[in-house]
Design a protein around this ligand. Sequence first.
Ligand code: SF4
Length: 622
Amino acid sequence: MRKLALSDEILLTVEKPARYIGNEVNMVKKDLSNIDIRFCMCFPDVYEIGMSHLGIQILYDMFNRREDTYCERVYSPWTDLDKIMREQNIPLFALESQDPIKEFDFLGITLQYEMCYTNILQVLELSQIPIMTEDRTWDHPIVIGGGPCAYNPEPLAPFFDIFYIGEGETVYDQLLDVYKESRKNGESRTEFLQKAANIEGLYVPIFYDVTYNEDGTIKEFKPNRDDVPAVIKKQVEMHLSETTYPDKPLVPFIKVTQDRVVLEIQRGCIRGCRFCQAGMLYRPNRERRVDFLKDLAYKMLKNTGHEEISLSSLSSSDYSDLQELIYFLIDEFRSKGVNISLPSLRIDAFALDVMSKVQDVKKSSLTFAPEAGSQRLRNVIKKGLTEEQILTGARDAFLGGWNKVKLYFMLGLPTETEEDIEGIATLSDKIAREYYDAIPKENRKGRVAITASTSFFVPKPFTPFQWTRMATSEEFLDKQRFLNGKMKEQLNYRSIKYNWHEAELTLLEGVYARGDRKTAKVLYDAYKKGCLYDSWSEYFKYDVWMETFAENGIDPYFYTSRERSYDEVLPWDFIDAGVTKKYLMNEYEMAKSDQCTPNCREKCTGCGATKFGGGVCYESKA
Ligand code: SF4
């Protein structure tokens, strides 16, 4: 019998004990006596969020297909259990075997969001694994990080043994083989790390040093030994329909954020919006074959009992066989009571037809993400969406029976003026007018309901805006207030609801998105002072963060509100993500002169991703 790591008494004290007991449907069980490598995958946030993450499900399945490896999982303990574990000195454990993580060979942590960084330190500390890589020995797991935030690993450099730059399907097998070999041959941990550093895509921070200029910018970043590469190259899986995919995903016992079967239809994006990091990192765009996806849909629904299926992708409307796939899902599964949850589609006749088939028109709302209020600013960010398209889409939807619209915008985009901000209010109002123009009074079922939300723009590495300044919290708040005032001036303001985000958290996200190694110390100190679950506003301690920056003599605005010059060494310059600096610079210059460039299907703009040898870059040549 599997013994739980926590006593009944503790489990009954904490909120949602199911977060810690594992044993979910499709959980993998293995006999430890036949296993060479124990791998624990971690999502550094609460269970309900971590369980909804597709990447972990893919890796969990991939690792467990290896006979010699047992992959288990761990998530951040919620604050109630965190306290008990510290008081009672209980080491953090994996859900499957309930064994302490410190006994594992690897702890793999996915890096999805900067605001989870303190939770990483929590996981290490509760696991009783030394927080600093330099303090670890063969008695401790190899701590490896991957995911989008690994593309600027520097703020986390002291805490990780290895960073994995690229898609999990590519070099993990090689790494595990090297590990087994090293252990068998009695090599030292450093010898193993040296070998790992020579696998393409793996970055071992202790082998690299950084020096700084007097003004705080980076002078030089280079290896401190000759036998490791100076540049780390992103690894990409080019054959998405030939790789493994979890046809038996884990099914939790409690409600999680995404309780459904998820089909990843493609990776990458042809659009190249200039603010979007994922769109740049996952280049080139690669599609999964539609027959592969149809087959998966059957298997996954059967193996999970889920009653909902959704498609995952950065821009689903661009998937070549979307109509075939969606009509297939509707025809096959709707009558069996399976909900088809729609990805955000560009609103056209097809989208409206599909939406009316799968949704209750009265309840559902239409979503547009214009991101910016004026056409000029939408050109700056290369958001390929015109006002005419938005208004026509909205009008068609109103005629089809909808009367709710959600709009998403960003505040603080490069070159933004008051006119652009006002554009958010006037666009919301124009949509409302479309409703009153399109639907005669006697046919209206109440008012149109428009919800406009704004978030704050954070410049990210490997985007054309990586050099740009980010607005300060005060500037963000001013913009928000200004927009709120403009919303109230609109003719239809009673039909418009304006939602906004908190500005203070954005500052921290901005620092850690483009931070260097010096910001790691602040992270550590803030964590030690109790910062945890920063992305949860009820736990976010802005004052403690600001105090910790000051104590460390670090000005957060140095990282956020400063325009960088093209010749400044950026903390992530040693990573080759596929897109060239020249391409990003050109896109930034085009942005500054309000100009768009074509998307990948219209015309290749030579971003550098052709070197991966496939995907959209080669489509026309096939
Ligand atoms: S090389 Fe051209 S087609 Fe390929 S991702 Fe880059 S811009 Fe798009």
